[in-house]
Ligand binder design. Structure first.
Ligand code: 4AD
Ligand code: MG
Length: 434
């Protein structure tokens, strides 16, 4: 019995006899010769069966090779640059065995509606496009980890069950927590990485975060993955520099290592290739004027909505950073801007091509009294923030950080219209299964 190989290894095994296990995508037969396209997750492979050359039992199974049947094929690897698998090889089959039948696979090569596809998400994941998206996501996450590792950041895992509100009181998932009252699913790990930054200098957390947002937009999930670096002694400008280097690194990695997947997704990579620092930086106040100039109805003090973000981002050929938003529309922990106390030392990064905000970040309020005043003004329960205030009591320090949403980033890099395809099993207002 020849050794079992994965499809992506076959290009290095030309002339050898191998076994491959995978799933049937399509078959085509002329009566004497049959072509079976297989996938195994690592690639796509055309297997060629000739009636004369395979055992009668193997030839007899050809008619039963319905979509998604799992099979084991044995054969000789042949170079063929035109083979539909794309790997430059095909398999001249010597034997074939069905491992698992598949009758009436629900997702056929014809068009299906989005609702139907999401009901069958567990099976839809096998399609070529979904496999390509999953591999880009994997690359994005690996690039994120490598970027911070290479720069000496320490990963600190933060809790998912939390006692304090991180962002907005209105978007919390709460659960009863024994005798201790309510626990909330983390909206952010930020408050905890701030504590860790005083211990380790440069840190990040990376995990799922939760927002009970009743938004039905293509940019919102109720569970999404966020990476949040936090750096002692970085101010708001250092923070923006870190963001542009970080995003440029992640995009460049995908362009370098996920060419095949981006091609599968028919992604025009030219806009991604322009993602090199410096990214433009404009103040919120200037943005309001710009938007008015472009005909938008926008007044100072209002947060940017999705439409405004898109309109603004269209003016630039790479991601743009908007800084110093009005204090009233941003979270309590952002540091007041000494030059204009109506605003805070924060910034958002907006992706091009209509993908909107991918990063939110800020310098943190490091003054004990001002932070206390903000917590009180927001009506947050003081007892839950005692530990957070301690960080301003014992050696307070200038520090900044940000959060990048993985699904929005993946959707943008892949060029897909909705972020729910950027995660294997999305959670939205309407989706809790599969
Ligand atoms: O702007 P946000 O709410 O910032 C924070 O949570 C800060 N604590 C981050 C920090 O400074 N450490 O969220 C950050 C990013 C957004 O820019 C967006 O990419 C993503 O998280 N995000 C969402 N992604 C999908 N669905 C949602 N409902 C999201 N909400 C935020
Ligand atoms: Mg934000």
């Amino acid at each position: 019995m020849p050794a079992t190989q994965r499809i992506d290894a076959l290009a290095g095994l030309i002339g050898r006899t191998v076994a491959v296990r995978g799933w049937v995508m399509t078959t085509r037969s002329s009566g004497k010769i049959a072509f079976v396209v297989l996938r195994d997750g690592t690639g796509y492979l055309q297997a060629v069966l000739s009636k004369k050359e395979v055992p009668a039992a193997a030839w007899g199974t050809v008619g039963a090779l319905t979509q998604e049947t799992s099979v084991e094929v044995t054969g000789t690897v042949r170079a063929d640059s035109r083979a539909p698998g794309g790997g430059g090889v095909e398999l001249q089959v010597t034997d074939l065995r069905i491992l698992g039948a598949s009758a009436d696979f629900p997702i056929t090569p014809k068009e299906h509606g989005t609702a139907f596809l999401f009901e069958h998400r567990h099976l839809w994941l096998r399609s070529r496009r979904q496999v390509a998206i999953a591999r880009v996501r994997h690359e994005v996450i690996q690039a994120i980890r490598d970027f911070f590792y290479e720069r000496g950041f320490v990963l600190v895992d933060t809790p998912i069950l939390t006692g304090a509100i991180g962002e907005h009181a209105g978007t919390l998932f709460a659960t009863d927590y024994f005798d201790l009252g309510k626990a909330y699913l983390a909206q952010t790990g930020q408050l905890y990485v701030e504590a860790a930054a005083a211990a380790l200098g440069k840190v990040y957390c990376f995990g799922p975060t939760f927002r009970a947002e009743k938004s039905k937009t293509r940019r919102h999930l109720t569970e999404f993955w966020m990476v949040e670096p936090e750096v002692a002694w970085n101010d708001c400008n250092d923070n923006m520099t870190l963001q542009e280097e970080f995003v440029a690194y992640v995009v460049a990695r995908c362009l370098e290592r996920r060419k095949a997947e981006l091609a599968e997704l028919q992604r025009d990579t030219a806009p991604l290739a322009r993602c090199v620092p410096p990214f433009p930086r404009i103040s919120y106040t200037d943005v309001v004027e710009t938007l008015k100039g472009l005909g938008a109805t926008m007044e100072w003090g209002r947060d940017l909505g999705g439409d405004e973000e898109t309109l603004l981002a269209k003016q630039y050929d790479r991601p743009v950073m908007v800084f110093n938003y009005p204090k009233a529309v941003k979270a309590f922990y952002m540091k007041e801007n000494p030059a204009d106390p109506r605003t805070v030392l924060n910034n958002d990064m907006l992706a091009p091509e209509g993908y909107g905000e991918i990063i939110g970040g800020s310098q943190r309020e490091d003054d004990y009294d001002r932070l206390l005043a903000r917590i009180k003004a927001e009506g947050l329960p003081l007892e839950a923030y005692g530990w957070y205030l301690d960080l301003r009591k014992y050696g307070t320090f200038v520090h900044s950080g940000f959060g990048l949403g993985v699904e929005r980033t993946v959707a943008w890099i892949c060029g897909i219209p909705h972020i729910r395809e950027a995660i294997a099993f999305p959670r939205t207002l309407y989706k809790l299964w599969p």
